[in-house]
Design a protein around this ligand. Structure first.
Ligand code: SF4
Ligand code: MG
Length: 280
């Protein structure tokens, strides 16, 4: 007979956070490693899966909630941060992780990105950036190089790229980092730091799309540890990021703003009272 008075130690492994659903990404897609890094980070933090919610929008990388055993919400295109913000404010005890891609997060979701950084609600936003819309067959995204020649944009778009880390910093994100999917342990470590850090944490993960951007396999020769330690000074971080070529890996800014806590934080929504109000 089990002794129910003895607490059982919770010693999760990355497998604790994997659902039985098999990812349907293309073989070699960087998103496999990001999923693995996320489950490693959750195991490292020993967070019970039922205390974590993974929220996404639409796109290849946005399938991640289905592959974890945490609570999940696979929403609509570009709206993951809006849904996650509402969830975190209503259920502050949950750890809320938001996942998605560059098309979802920086284009249709660009407005939400700015304001999520500004609001500084305690969320962790992981963007798997492959400089292309993968799921919808290879259109240029906001981070696509202006001269990238493709069937859908012959000769390239000629439009300068969006710089997500600069935008995040300027908009008020409290933690800004860049990872590379081919470094799953380093990425897991940074994701754990991001989840632990209060306020809005933004982690850009270079995650190659082997199908529409096979040349991104060369990123392994370009990605390297950032040559400087993290700073808590936004001016120093801004100067570094403006001169950044997009391949410095590490925590680049660790701010000290207090996370947003709504003034109604202690009030619980009473469903019966709401129903009565609507019935009036
Ligand atoms: Fe990954 Fe690209 Fe395939 Fe999408 S299309 S699963 S991003 S390799
Ligand atoms: Mg993409």
């Amino acid at each position: 007979m089990n002794d129910l008075s003895t607490p059982v130690a919770f010693t999760p492994t990355p497998n604790t956070y994997k659902s039985g659903t098999k990812p349907i990404w293309c073989p070699g897609c960087g998103d496999f490693s990001v999923l693995s890094s996320l489950t490693k980070a959750l195991a490292k933090l020993a967070l019970p899966a039922h205390d974590v919610a993974v929220v996404s929008g639409i796109g290849c990388s946005s399938r991640i909630p289905a592959y974890t055993s945490c609570y999940g919400f696979h929403g609509v295109h570009g709206r993951a941060l809006a849904a996650a913000t509402g969830l975190k404010l209503a259920r502050p005890e949950l750890t809320v992780v938001v996942t998605g891609g560059d098309g979802d997060g920086y284009s249709i979701g660009g407005n939400h990105f700015l304001h999520a950084c500004r609001r500084n609600v305690d969320l962790t936003y992981i963007v798997m950036d492959n400089h292309v819309y993968g799921m919808t067959k290879g259109q240029p995204s906001p981070t696509t190089e202006p001269d990238w020649d493709s069937k859908l944009a012959p000769g390239g778009t000629g439009i300068r790229v969006f710089h997500p880390l600069v935008v995040a910093l300027a908009s008020g994100a409290n933690f800004v980092a860049r990872c590379y999917s081919s470094d799953p342990n380093g990425t897991a470590d940074i994701l754990a730091q991001a989840i632990r850090h209060p306020g809005f944490s933004f982690v850009e993960v270079l995650s190659p799309c082997v199908t529409f951007r096979p040349e991104q396999k060369e990123w392994k020769h370009l990605a390297r540890p950032a040559p400087v330690a993290p700073t808590n000074d936004p001016e120093v971080a801004a100067r570094r990021l403006f001169g950044d070529d997009g391949f410095n890996i590490g925590v680049l800014y660790r701010g000290e703003r207090a996370a947003y806590v709504p003034h109604f934080a202690d009030e619980r929504c009473d469903a019966a009272a709401l129903a009565a109000e609507f019935a009036r």
